[in-house]
Write a protein that binds this ligand. Structure first.
Ligand SMILES: Cc1cc2nc3c(=O)[nH]c(=O)nc-3n(C[C@H](O)[C@H](O)[C@H](O)COP(=O)(O)O)c2cc1C
Length: 394
């Protein structure tokens, strides 16, 4: 997600400074090139050598060692992240003080608004001090983005606000800051994962959906500026940062959650694999083992169809997972369910469908069809939103 992006990372003198090693690793994993500036105080918490090993090049600590590096470094950077950011560093930035390599380079960075991100980390008393708050509010009014801090147990042994934001949250904020916010103003409702239809208190009918496609859609929409609500069946993956998650176990739970949220949504993507059948009479106690057992099943409510029937509905996208090249079934569903787009995938193909990180889909809408190659699910998600924006734009 950060391929070709150049990020300046400032590390300051907080106990959280050791976490910078993981921040660097994650940024590099996402394809970013990272350059690091450390304050004198930060080198007391983590050695420049450890940071150099993580970043793969020397770190910058002394402004006078490489004259004018405070000007050349920011010139080539897309984003400046300070993590952890001390009260001292934030205070100096707010006052325009440039008395070391980091503070001077920060002042020399004139990236686009919203391209300076700071992750404060400090004791709660420092964080709640009105002098600090004033500095923070002032910088925020100028477009500096603050990520966190979070509440929890602090290094001093006290509980309170001041822990540096989680690294995945930092990473999401960096990605969002460098991503075009072309879904800003959209309220996106996404469903994901399987449902469980209980036949007794300990057994249920379900399917192989992992939720990965729906989670990728929710994450992509959030990164592109949308307000996202994710209605999720039972899955074992971590929800994306910044997304409202509603857990829905059965098809009935999912139906209720979708219908409750549809009126507030401008875009609805039904990527959950809702069970098609449920037990006609679920038992309230465990069914005993026997030689033969038959189960009476009923059709569950078709959520997509129900949304398609609404008088006023958002732009609606469905998924059609088939075992085999049954694209004709997907085409039929588009018309029969009165929706705007359907994404066909053949889940019997390698690299497509359940529990893998890739998918091979055909996007079908009222104007035509687009067959995409095997792609990562986040890339498929991006292609779906690109097409939605094209169609919505006229
Ligand atoms: C053990 C210890 C832990 C500290 N942790 C923090 C911290 O988490 N946040 C903070 O703002 N200051 C913290 N400080 C104080 C800063 O290190 C101090 O204000 C320093 O001048 C910051 O310099 P810098 O902003 O140039 O890195 C800590 C100091 C010590 C001795």
């Amino acid at each position: 997600m950060l391929k070709g992006k150049s990020i300046l990372l400032g590390i300051t003198g907080s106990v959280a400074a050791y976490k910078s090693i993981d921040i660097i690793k994650r940024l590099r994993q996402e394809g970013a090139s990272v350059r690091v500036i450390m304050t004198e105080a930060s080198t007391r918490f983590v050695t420049p050598l450890s940071i150099e090993l993580a970043v793969g090049e020397p770190v910058y600590t002394d402004m006078f060692k490489l004259p004018l590096s405070h000007v050349s470094l920011p010139a080539g950077a897309d984003l400046f992240l300070v993590a952890p950011a001390t009260a001292n560093c934030i205070g100096k930035y707010a006052q325009g003080i440039a008395d070391d390599m980091l503070s001077t380079t920060l002042l020399a960075f004139s990236g686009q608004p919203g391209r300076v991100l700071m992750a404060p980390a400090m004791n709660w008393r420092m964080y709640e001090n009105p002098i600090f708050k004033k500095n923070l509010d002032y910088l925020a009014s100028l477009g500096v983005q603050f990520i966190g801090p979070e509440r929890g147990s602090l290094a001093c042994g006290e509980e309170g606000i001041g822990r540096m934001a989680d690294i995945e949250k930092l990473l999401e904020s960096v990605i969002a800051a460098l991503t075009e916010q072309d879904l800003a103003g959209e309220n996106v409702l996404v469903t994901a994962g399987p449902t469980r239809e209980y036949i007794d208190p300990v057994r249920y009918i379900t399917n192989r959906s992992s939720g990965k496609m729906g989670y990728a859609l929710a994450q992509t929409a959030g990164r592109r500026g949308a307000e996202v609500t994710l209605v999720s069946g039972p899955v074992s993956i971590r929800p994306p940062e910044g997304v409202d998650v509603i857990l829905a176990e059965s098809s009935r739970d999912m139906y209720t959650a979708v219908m409750d949220n549809i009126p507030m949504s401008s875009l609805f993507i039904m990527s959950a694999a809702v069970a098609d059948f449920m037990a006609a009479e679920p038992k309230t106690s465990k069914i005993e083992k026997k030689d033969k057992f038959s189960l009476n099943l009923l059709k569950t409510t078709d959520i997509l169809e129900a949304v398609g029937r609404l008088k006023k509905r958002p732009f609606t996208v469905g998924f059609s997972a088939e075992t085999g090249p049954r694209i004709d079934r997907a085409r039929k569903k588009l018309a029969a369910k009165n929706i705007d787009m359907i994404v066909f995938n053949d889940v019997s193909k390698e690299g497509s469908g359940f529990d893998v990180d890739t998918n091979e889909v055909v996007i079908i809408d009222r104007e035509g069809e687009r067959k995409l190659p095997v792609m990562k699910k986040v890339e498929v998600a991006a292609a779906i939103f690109d097409r939605i924006l094209e169609l919505k734009g006229g």
